[in-house]
Design a protein. Structure first.
Length: 312
């Protein structure tokens, strides 16, 4: 039975193009990541201290493992290994074949971000201890610790480059092949706190969002000609009774083929946006119920868009 059929049978359908996964987390979802090899498997971390693996096609939970505190991010190293970190400051790797996990190491404060860079074959973590750490997934062990100017709120990998967003609206661009110095130091073009950064699939730039309902499209090439292309726009705003409500843009995710990206936000902002960075286009593609809990993360694989995986 397909995931959609299973969801429909259980009465869990929420719209024409979406369905709820069964056995959802018991608290807010912090991150969702599709397997690098197939859209069939989805990794979900949650504030209920768990990381869960779902088989989307059959709408079933394959397994879950625990942290000592809420989990803030997760990532696939390969189809058989998941990595995760959170408020317990521990970085874990879990073998999805044997259902065994290993504590790889720790940060000195909660781990906010976990990403894998296939070009350099390294796991990257960002923490509120004001550091980025690299981890060799083959051993696994720590391969280096690199101090950041403020707490790390978000990071994204663009080929062999690492883009880090910190408190104080700072953005740093590192070369993962040579972490001896920072390639670029920038200040966010948005006025308020950075919420999320995601690199273009073509690795030429990144999209940055803030808590004030704005998104900036930036380019890594510092030349004046290329920098003329950058822009920012307002989104996720709702006007009711003459008062405009502004919501944080909590999540950004790119389509790996079409170079479009989606943004996700607070439940009372009823829009999911699909955008083409180069064309300055903003297209409303979906409306969502105001009863949804907060969209903490979005992940797109092929033409699938999933907002929140927990059961209401």
């Amino acid at each position: 039975m397909s995931g959609r059929a299973a969801a429909e049978k259980s009465g869990a359908m929420t719209g024409a193009n979406e369905f709820k996964l069964t056995q959802g987390p018991e608290d807010s979802v912090s991150a969702v990541k599709f397997s690098p090899s197939s859209a069939q498997f989805l990794l979900v971390s949650s504030w209920d201290c768990t990381v869960r693996l779902y088989d989307v096609s059959s709408n079933s939970m394959r397994m879950k493992y625990q942290h000592l505190a809420p989990v803030l991010d997760c990532a696939f190293y390969d189809p058989a290994h998941a990595w995760s970190g959170g408020l317990d400051s521990q970085l874990k790797t879990h073998d999805l074949n044997t259902d065994q996990d290993t504590i790889v190491g720790t940060h000195d404060a909660p781990i906010r971000c976990v990403e894998y860079c296939p070009e350099v074959n390294v796991m990257v973590t960002g923490s509120w201890d004001m550091s980025v750490r690299l981890w060799d997934p083959r051993t696994p062990c720590n391969a280096g610790t690199f101090t950041q100017p403020e707490k790390v709120y978000t990071l994204s990998v663009a080929g062999d480059r690492l883009i880090v967003g910190t408190a104080g609206r700072r953005v740093l661009v590192w070369d993962l092949r040579n972490m001896g110095y920072v390639q670029q130091r920038r200040e966010s073009s948005l006025k308020y706190q950075t919420r999320c950064i995601r690199a273009f699939p073509n690795k030429q730039g990144y999209v940055l969002s803030s808590i004030e309902g704005r998104v900036a499209v930036e380019y890594l090439d510092p030349s004046l000609e290329v920098q003329k292309k950058k822009y920012a726009f307002k989104c996720h705003r709702l006007k009711e009774n003459g008062i405009e409500q502004v919501y944080p843009v909590n999540a950004i995710s790119f389509h790996s083929v079409h170079n479009t990206f989606a943004t996700g936000t607070h439940p009372h902002s009823p829009t999911l946006l699909l955008l083409l960075p180069e064309l300055l286009q903003c297209l409303l593609i979906s409306k969502h119920s105001k009863t949804f809990t907060e969209y903490e993360n979005i992940c797109i694989h092929c033409m699938q868009i999933m907002n929140r995986c927990s059961v209401q």
